[in-house]
Design a protein around this ligand. Sequence first.
Ligand code: ATP
Ligand code: MG
Length: 214
Amino acid sequence: MAIYVVANKKGGIGKSTTAVQLVTGLSLKGRRVWAVDGDGDQTSMLLALTVRANSGLPGIAACELSEGQTLRQQVKLQADMYDDVVIDVGAKDSGALRAALSVADVLVIPFAPRTFDVWAFENMAALVREVQAMRDFKVLAFLNKADPANQDADNKQAIEDIGRYGYQISPVSIGDRKSLAHASAAGQHVSEFKSADPVLRREVAALLEFITTA
Ligand SMILES: Nc1ncnc2c1ncn2[C@@H]1O[C@H](COP(=O)(O)OP(=O)(O)OP(=O)(O)O)[C@@H](O)[C@H]1O
Ligand SMILES: [Mg+2]
C-alpha cells in the first residue's frame, strides 16, 4: 500500500489534474484506490470523480477530508483497506497539506517551465525540508505544461533549476495539452478519453510508471 500526495504551494500548476490521472490510472491497472480530496476550497478531484461515476464508468472511492487532523486520522484508519491512496491538496500552506505530508509515502510535485513558477518552488522545497526533518518520504517531481519540443529552452532551464533540489525528476514531461485538461475534468484517464492522442497517452503512462516505480 502506498500513499501518494500530489502537492505544490504554487496554484494552478496541475496538482488536481495529476491526482485524477494517477488515481484513474492505478484503478485501470486493477488497484483498489481511494482518492482523498484535501482541498476544501475547490474539490476538483472529488468533483471530477463524481462526473466519472455519473457518466457510467466504474466508480472510484473518493471523499473530501480538508481538515488536517481529520485527514491524518482517517487516512491512517482507512488506508490499509486499499492498495493505494491518492491525496490531492490545495495550494495554501494548510493543515491538510501538512497532514498529508505527515502520512505520505511518495510526494509528487508538478512544476511548470516559467521563471515565476520555478522561483515559487522554493516555498514548497522549504516545507519539504521542514517535514522531512521529522519523517522521511520519497519526493518526485515532473515538468507539467511543458512547451513543445521545438521551443523547449524553458523546459530545459526549469528541469535544470529544479534538479538542484536533488529530487528525482521524471524523464518524461507532460505537455500543455487541452485534452488532458478535458479528460481530467471528466474524471477520466487519458487512455479512456476518446480525444486524447497517442503521444499524450504515452506521456501520462510514462509518468504513472515513474511515480509508481521510482
Ligand atoms: N498539462 C496540462 N495541459 C493543459 N492544461 C493543464 C495541464 N495541467 C493542468 N492543466 C489545466 O491548468 C489548470 C490548473 O490545473 P489544476 O487544477 O490541476 O492545478 P492545481 O495545481 O490543482 O490548482 P490549485 O492550486 O487551484 O488546486 C486547469 O484548468 C487544468 O485543466
Ligand atoms: Mg487543485
